[in-house]
Design a protein around this ligand. Structure first.
Ligand code: ATP
Ligand code: MG
Length: 352
């Protein structure tokens, strides 16, 4: 029995996770999958009612789950950052989710902004270090608010932290890679301490995976390559800051935020799966949000939990809905959020 904690959150988060729930409810019992789904009310409503963001007792309870399925948090009535930091970042650090998994996969030729590239060219995965680097929050001001002010933001790279994310990238390539190949993306020519460590760690781990090919690009060069020759990539591993930047580029290559999915993973603890988009208050409550990223997040979660076959079926159903244009207005269709969710379930029923 697998226990899934569902955090719908705010705005369209609720609407899109409802569609993901339909998919999970339909797949429950198939291929030996046994899910228990429990909803957790976290987000703006709770905060506005009693000031609670993510109480300790809820965190403790979440520890007993296999995975978290999250919609989106953030609301204009709540000061910026309170919910994002208090829920999203808090969960990420509490469960030490050191891998941010971001697939870049084009489902339909027309969606790519690259005129000569199609579905066979854009299909790779970025693995971003998710807990340290420039996001470690180490630094400070010297002579603040004077003309001589110096602001320092330190990049913290621990050998253990770098090793574990690179190892995950090689394991991932072995399991799901195409060639398989792992590409290291860094700035070792300038960050001569931080990324020297990354280079040594990468080299030491690579020799233990003789079946996996390796490659290396500096971060500036990789942005050019992602646009010119995305087909050369299989799995890319990179630090927190560069991962942040190149995954947004990746999201555009595959047709925008409406299809971008993210996994925050700790293979030894509770992992969390979510669509990349936010709560989008401008379209909330109108039943027109695109639920496909949230549905793809279900597919990624099932794969992570060992049900690759079911995960692939979810992906195939999304691909099919896109081909048939059975999608929301932002993707060029005219279905509502609910109708897209129902259609995906219909497709899953047909594909046994
Ligand atoms: P965040 O602060 O996390 O970035 P946000 O509320 O700004 O969240 P985004 O996800 O960044 O929302 O989205 C920006 C805009 O894109 C939204 O305001 C909305 O108009 C559109 N959008 C985002 N997600 C979807 C979706 N799933 N379906 C349709 N439109 C979307
Ligand atoms: Mg935004």
């Amino acid at each position: 029995m697998l226990k899934i904690a569902v955090i719908p959150g705010d705005g369209i988060g609720k609407e899109v996770t409802d569609q993901g729930l339909k998919v999970m409810e339909y797949l429950n019992g198939k291929n030996g999958l046994q899910l228990t789904l429990d909803k957790f009310e976290l987000g703006a409503e709770r905060y506005l009612k009693n000031g609670e963001v993510l109480p300790e007792k809820v965190l403790k309870k979440l520890e007993t789950y296999n995975s978290i399925y999250l919609g989106a948090v953030g609301d204009p009535r709540v000061p910026a950052g309170v919910l994002e930091q208090g829920i999203l970042l808090k969960l990420r650090f509490y469960f030490d989710q050191y891998v941010n998994l971001r697939p870049v996969k084009l489902f339909k030729d027309d969606f790519s902004p690259l005129k000569n590239k199609g579905v066979n060219d854009i299909d790779f995965t970025v693995i971003r270090e998710n807990t340290e680097g420039l996001y470690a929050g180490v630094g400070g001001f010297l002579k603040k608010n004077t003309p001589d002010e110096v602001a320092i933001q330190e990049m913290v790279n621990t050998r253990k932290g770098v090793d574990r994310v690179i190892k995950y990238a090689f394991e991932y390539a072995l399991k799901y890679g195409k060639e398989p190949k792992v590409t290291l993306c860094d700035k070792s020519n300038v960050l001569t301490y931080a990324h020297n460590l990354w280079q040594r760690a990468f080299k030491d781990i690579a020799v233990t995976y003789p079946r996996v090919e390796t490659d290396h690009f500096l971060v500036d060069a990789i942005t050019m390559k992602m646009v010119r020759n995305p087909e050369i990539f299989d799995v890319i591993v990179t630090c927190n800051m560069f991962g942040d930047i190149i995954t947004d580029l990746g999201a555009e290559l595959q047709g925008g935020m409406g299809l971008a999915v993210s996994g925050n993973i700790n293979p030894d603890s509770v992992s969390m799966f979510e669509p990349v988009h936010g709560s989008a208050p401008d379209i909330a409550g109108q039943n027109k949000a695109n639920p496909l990223a949230a549905i793809l997040a279900v597919g990624m979660m099932l794969k992570h939990l060992g049900y690759s076959n079911l995960g692939d079926r979810v992906e195939k159903a999304v691909e099919q809905a896109l081909k048939e244009n059975q999608v929301t207005p932002d993707m060029g269709g005219n279905l509502s959020t609910d109708e897209v969710g129902n259609y995906i379930v219909t497709l899953l029923k047909q594909d046994r």
